[in-house]
Design a protein around this ligand. Structure first.
Ligand code: ADP
Ligand code: ASP
Ligand code: MG
Length: 408
């Protein structure tokens, strides 16, 4: 017997026909003794449409009511998929995140899973049923519905696999694995047989939406190997695991990513004294706003004030502006400027540490393409540049061609 968790993303269940095809595929691949949990996302662009509807009501598309709304998408697909299994002659039961035992903290819209109690899932499996679980959602101690951040069904799947000690965790999607760049942007991108948790986590954090970053973190924490593969083919995809086993080559650069879901925020004329950065970033942290690429620069004219520039996710712009303006008022700053037409391009690879010249190669590629770099940041395994959003795809292409030979 193999205990499997299989997750199917939005494009895999975009229509009733596709839902039926998913049910058929799961059944075809299943041996009679296998126990299968299927985690699903909302159909197609449902979550985007729900967000658009909320925007017609208010410009504050955050908080409890937002999660009440967003969680409905997955509830539609679990019910339809359970019906599809039953129709094909396989007993199945659908479960919301709560019914599957997914508990979270109270950070609405980007909640963290705190605990999973999978006893109901396990007992339905024991009864011979296929269990269909709603991805992306959980519940707080107080009984409020939460969601796990965009792409959060990946995290539901990996966390469930960890909690149930599943033998297999498969993420089925519309590409056949993890590539050295988004295959939609770079046609010569290369598919990987394997990638380590650390490198995948960094790629995901820097824009490779194929896996939600938190799902990779969960996989690492619970030692769950994750198989990313295509819904539409039988070919094996990419395994995310702790260390490489198949490809022995030492990789310097593993991938190039881009992220257009970023905004640049500049807090201008901040007093240059101890505790100020703390004040600003503590206020943002309290609101669960992730901050990246922080740069502090001295003004030529007035040396007693500085400008503070950093990036945030576009989804946090309204809240971050309100916080920055409020704290800014207390500090008597000159102003807050937010720019949304920016993108982050990054190179990722555990081998780059101690390998000089990576940054120069990347900056050289951007320079030759006439692309201006606005902000630079680095980690041990990545280098990121902030550029104009309309140049993002060109940037990924030129950087990718410098690090990877372009023949397929
Ligand atoms: P799902 O709905 O199945 O969760 P997503 O849209 O969230 O699918 O993720 C799959 C998409 O991720 C692909 O269609 C691809 O365009 C994008 N993607 C971005 N970077 C990468 C990468 N490095 N490798 C593979 N896919 C990537
Ligand atoms: N439906 C959610 C989203 O679109 C979660 C997911 O697809 O993983 O972000
Ligand atoms: Mg996804």
């Amino acid at each position: 017997m193999t205990l499997m968790v299989k997750k199917f993303g939005g494009s895999s269940v975009a229509t009733p026909e596709k839902i039926m095809a998913v049910a058929q595929r799961v059944i075809n691949d299943k041996r009679s003794e296998d126990k299968v949990v299927v985690v699903v996302s909302a159909m197609g662009d449902t979550t985007d449409h729900l967000v658009e509807m909320a925007k017609l009501m208010t410009n504050v598309t955050t908080g409890r009511e937002m999660d009440m709304l967003l969680s409905t998408g997955e509830q539609v697909s679990i019910a339809l998929l359970a019906m599809a299994f039953t129709k094909l002659g396989y007993p199945a039961i659908s479960m919301t995140g709560f019914q599957a035992g997914v508990s979270t903290n109270t950070a609405f819209n980007k909640a963290n899973i705190t605990h999973i109690e999978p006893s109901r899932v396990l007992s339905e499996l024991d009864k011979g049923k296929i269990v269909v679980v709603a991805g992306f959602q959980g519940m707080t101690e107080d009984g409020d519905i939460t969601t796990l951040g965009r792409g959060g069904s990946d995290t539901t799947a990996v966390a469930l696999a960890g909690a149930m000690k599943a033998d297999v965790c498969e993420i089925y999607t519309d590409v056949d694995g993890v590539y050295s760049a988004d295959p939609r942007a770079v046609s010569t991108a290369k598919r990987m047989k394997e990638i380590t948790y650390n490198e995948m986590l960094e790629m995901a954090r820097l824009g490779a939406v194929v896996m939600q970053p938190r799902s990779v973190e969960m996989g690492k924490r619970y030692g769950v190997p994750i198989h990313v593969r295509s819904t539409f083919s039988q070919q094996p995809g990419t395994i995310i695991r702790e260390v490489y086993t198949v490809e022995e080559k030492e990789f310097v650069i593993r991938g190039v990513t881009h992220d257009t879901n970023v905004a640049k925020i500049a807090i201008l004329g901040v007093p240059d004294s101890p505790g100020i950065a703390y004040k600003i970033f503590a206020a943002l942290a309290k609101a669960n706003i992730d901050v990246d690429m922080i740069v502090q620069s001295i003004r030529n004219v007035d040396k007693s004030i500085i400008d503070m520039v950093f990036t945030i996710s576009k989804a946090d712009v309204v809240e971050a502006r309100a916080i920055a303006e409020k704290v800014g008022k207390e500090l008597n700053i000159l102003g807050v400027v937010i720019e949304e037409n920016v993108a982050k391009v990054s190179v990722v690879g555990a081998g780059m540490f101690g390998s000089p010249g990576i940054a120069a190669t990347m900056f050289g590629a951007l320079s030759d393409a006439g692309i201006n770099i606005e902000v630079i940041s680095t980690s041990e395994i990545s280098i990121s540049c902030l550029i104009q959003a309309n140049q993002a795809e060109d940037a990924v292409k030129v950087i990718h061609s410098r690090f990877f030979s372009d023949e397929a």
